[in-house]
Write a protein that binds this ligand. Structure first.
Ligand SMILES: [Zn+2]
Ligand SMILES: [Zn+2]
Length: 466
């Protein structure tokens, strides 16, 4: 068996690994690389392998850094099936259409610049139409239901507890009369998080591909986060201010709504309007409602008691742009949750522009903010920030709650991997992390008795001897 690490090696975006076994080629994820525009464009457009030669694909979850280049894969000649869970297929459907729309808009923007410079126009990497064609390749199934990809290769999905539908994939491969188990973590979630079940425990693997986003780092305890959230909401309410929350449409938004719902039910925060303002969040929440098979016991009980964790009284979902703009004229305290998560695009920008100069308001950060994003400048409390080309003074309060993270932290990753049989697991590849994070996790794994741990380079090819 051979593994090629083609994306998401020593980096967190663009996950893509190619396995060659028994003369078959199987792709694990096909994510979009996100970084500087010019580099992203060429890296995403030119796949580093022959798409037509790939026989099948396994998709861990719907986040764009894992699924976002699927339309281009299909456009480039891939003819096989894409296997994932039911919920991942449904989320990928809306997220890829949204991504197609963004690709079209991006090309339009670049072409306007090209026209001024007299350069020829470019084509988008893919269009909404391409995403619809790629959806025809999906084959979805439930967790814990093995499916044969080929005669000697079976895949089974286990719960990863990261976002709705997210999976740890087990590939069982019969090669040279021996059975080989390869486990691909995808993105691993945290135990005891709301809505979703904890990650499923696996015990045996010969080869493990693990993420390492938060290697060497630890999150706050989730149990204390509700109290902190209540305190922030109450203080802002007392000042008659608004709470503005930039959040990713899938995962974080639903977790936050769930937490606010609980706090309101327990009378720990005052009754006030709560808006979820993003067309994609609205669709994604509809998909959460349709997949009770992914809920944990607590959420299932809420649903059984006719409580609706995603649509309680004070919550309003806003699809329409005009209605979104009306929120700007509201004068009473309220909570506005809006995309995008890193404040680089979308409706969150006008909410920030309208509210950051008022010291009564609060900006609440609940996710990872990459370098060179407006989100990062807010976390760092830069006194002056630019939005829509205008310099604005940051007078609102800024708070960060990292306990809402959907990724396991260092100790949680170690605890998860420590359950694998050390005698059997002789090939560990540490991926999906910036180098210091991957190194910290590799070191941690070595210290608990695992051996042969590697941090592959982008494009590296590794032969696994059976
Ligand atoms: Zn993810
Ligand atoms: Zn990821």
């Amino acid at each position: 068996m051979q593994i090629e690490f083609l994306g998401g090696a020593q980096s967190v975006t663009g996950t893509c690994h190619l396995i060659t076994v028994q003369g078959r080629k199987i792709l694990l994820d096909c994510g979009l690389y996100q970084g500087k525009r010019s580099e992203s464009f060429s890296r995403n457009r030119e796949l580093p392998f022959d798409a037509a030669a790939v026989d099948a694909m396994v998709l861990s979850h719907a986040h764009i850094d894992h699924s976002g280049n699927i339309p281009n894969l299909v456009k480039s000649g891939f003819k096989g099936s894409i296997y994932c869970t039911h919920a991942t297929r449904d989320l990928a459907s809306i997220m890829l259409q949204d991504a197609g729309h963004i690709q079209e808009k991006d090309a339009e923007y670049v072409n306007k610049k090209h026209e001024k410079k007299g350069l020829p126009p470019i084509e988008p990497i893919y269009t909404v139409k391409d995403t619809l064609l790629s959806l025809e390749h999906f084959v979805s199934l439930n967790y814990h239901r093995p499916i044969k990809l080929f005669e000697d290769i079976t895949v089974t999905f286990y719960d990863a507890g990261h976002i709705l539908g997210s999976a740890v994939s087990l590939l069982e491969i019969r090669e040279n009369g021996r059975d080989l188990r390869l486990v691909f973590s995808g993105d691993l979630g945290r135990p005891n998080m709301p809505i979703l079940r904890d990650p499923d425990v696996l015990l045996d693997a010969d080869v493990l591909l693990t993420e390492s986003t938060y290697g060497g780092r630890s999150h706050d305890d989730y149990d204390t986060v509700h109290d902190k959230l209540a305190r922030i909401v109450n203080e802002t309410y007392r000042r008659r201010g608004k709470v503005i929350v930039p959040a990713f449409s899938v995962g974080r938004t639903q977790d936050l709504v769930y937490a606010l719902h609980k706090l309101t039910m327990e009378n720990k925060i005052p009754s006030q309007p709560i808006f979820v303002d993003s067309p994609l969040s609205v669709n994604a929440t509809d998909i959460f409602r349709e997949h009770p098979e992914c809920y944990d016991d607590e959420t299932r009980e809420m649903v059984n008691n006719n409580q609706d964790p995603f649509g309680f009284n004070r919550l309003q979902y806003i699809k329409d742009v005009e209605e979104s703009k009306k929120l700007n004229s509201l004068s009473e305290p309220c909570i506005i949750i809006s995309a995008s998560g890193m404040c680089e695009a979308g409706r969150i920008l006008h909410h920030l522009a309208n509210n950051i100069e008022d010291e009564r308001n609060t900006i609440l950060i609940v996710g990872f903010m990459a370098e060179n994003t407006l989100g990062r400048r807010l976390v760092e409390k830069n006194p002056i920030v630019k939005i829509f080309g205008e310099s604005l003074q940051l007078r609102a309060q800024v708070f960060k709650l990292n306990a809402f993270s959907a990724h396991a932290d260092h100790d949680e990753l170690l605890a998860y991997i420590s359950r694998f049989d050390r005698e059997r697991l002789k090939n560990i590849f540490v991926l999906h992390g910036e180098p210091p994070q991957s190194e910290a996790l590799a070191e941690g794994l070595g210290s608990i008795g695992f051996s042969n741990i590697r941090i592959p380079q982008m494009g590296e090819k590794v032969e696994i001897l059976n």
